[in-house]
Design a protein around this ligand. Sequence first.
Ligand code: ADP
Ligand code: MG
Length: 604
Amino acid sequence: MFSFVFSISVNSKVSRVKFGVTPELLQLLPAHQDISSVAYQMERLKALLSNIDGRGYKAYKDLKGDYQFDGYRLTIDHVPGDPFAHPSRISINVPSQKASLPSELWSGNARKTAAEDFLARAVAKAIRAQVKGHRGIGKSGEIRIETSGQQILVRNSVLIDDGGIEARLTVGLPAAGRIILSREAEEIFFGELPRVVSESLYFGNMDKGKFEKHVQSAEDQEFLRGQLRQKGLAAFVADNSILPRRSGVDDRPLKEAAIPFVAPESLSCMLTLPNRGRIRGMGIPRGVTLIVGGGFHGKSTLLHALERGVYNHIPGDGRELVATDPTAVKVRAEDNRAVWNLDISPFIARLPFDCDTTGFSTENASGSTSQAANIIEALDDAATLLLIDEDTSATNFMIRDERMQKLVIRDKEPITPFLHRVREMYQDHGVSSVIVMGGSGDYFAVSDTVIMMDAYQPQDVTLKAHSLAGPAMPREKPGRLPHIVKQPQRRPDPGRLIPARGKREVSIETRGIDTLLYGEHEIDLGKVEQLVDIGQTRAIGLIIHTYAKHYLEKSSNLVDGLRMALKEVEEQGLDILHPWKSGELALPRLHEVAAAINRIRAKG
Ligand code: ADP
Ligand code: MG
């Protein structure tokens, strides 16, 4: 479990502990040596280790400090008091002359993020190859670095700058019971780690072709996503993309039997990428797009790829050239979620017992109210594309057929289905939708584009669907439905964002990717489907804290305040969120941070 507790300003600088050489220690060290020399520093660590061998675990804390090794500097940043706690944090700094990374591999934001991602994966791979791993009790002997899954995310486990590369790892310092095993620790610091560093952080030893491909691919993806708006597209799926995944819990591409994507001619477009050159693929125009087709024909798989298309993917993922509007938000039904002070009246009005829906709060939303809330919040977060799958929608929120409209007269039905507002959302607010809808033809009349998935291949069936649709659905009479308007003054109550828990002034923890423990609140993010990494969950907790502390009062609404907080993080790095050096964070989107705040319950 990730956790941290502190009581100083989140913006304070990381303090480096300098190690003092005690007279006792000097006796253990070889005489007449330059104390800045590599040999001296390495001997110093060896001497320290032998000095604490067999002592209680806490004596490992003596190791804190910097040690110059041949080619890099090792810093032992933090050592816990016992072998079952979070492992020790260390960092490795390889100066630029030694790392010799060609600057073109990390110039520009997209390349820099991709290069850092590549290096973190290289370190992880070298750890798998070089580190014996578990030896002793608890986490003894384990070395780890945080890396992303199929996505390439901004993280802080590896950072590149003009000075060189910094990699942040955790090490379980070995112990038997609570007794220090120095010889095992020596093997880690003098055997395993130097081999890991040499294999993964010196450019001379890297797979240069793979590195180059990694950064070029990320740059192309960023470029592609940036092109969408000016091309009038909500999303793009390149030919030969592999969309299906190995399983619901394995995000890697399906290996055998995966049918590559091929764009239908009428929706095909060509784009030119900086590295890859010209590519062909399916452009999903802005507007209202339906994905139809029989069950099991690949509709949800396509939508899922679009959800993830807000992120860059690693080469070989199959979705490297699937790009979606960066503000795309998956909206779904999420019964039981909490909602605070939200105007959901554009979709839900006249609830029984005169329940007000212009400032709607509940600790337990229904399927339809939760989906309405998710849409209204997405609009507040400035989303310009909604992604909706019938599989995860409330039917009564999506459609109400003619017969039902005749039986239950309009004024008795609190729900205005999405069907009645989806065009207006696009025409008046510029918010596009991509909707998977295999079970009802009602949406034909309100759609711009209809894509049929047939045995995993897309076909453009727009003309046919429109000919079946009958007359276009008349626009609602003005004044008949409440306006869909942004809620510019909506801001959380600061009282809800207090991070204290018990005696701790700040307690922010995660329990897996889906659960954020913020102060006394347990926030369930299980249905926030575009959250992809536990490092994002950790960062969300810290960003909420930063927002509450520095920006909530300064901003008139939630999104403006979050924008300011995120801007600071994007400009200055994830490290500003932490009072000490950590390599455990990954950057979330604004939408996922807002989603966490929006799900905070009134009582703990
Ligand atoms: P639908 O939503 O239309 O019912 P899904 O998208 O859930 O269908 O896909 C059904 C199954 O087909 C899933 O197991 C999925 O992994 C698989 N599948 C989807 N697309 C492809 C493809 N291009 N090639 C091979 N299998 C696929
Ligand atoms: Mg489906």
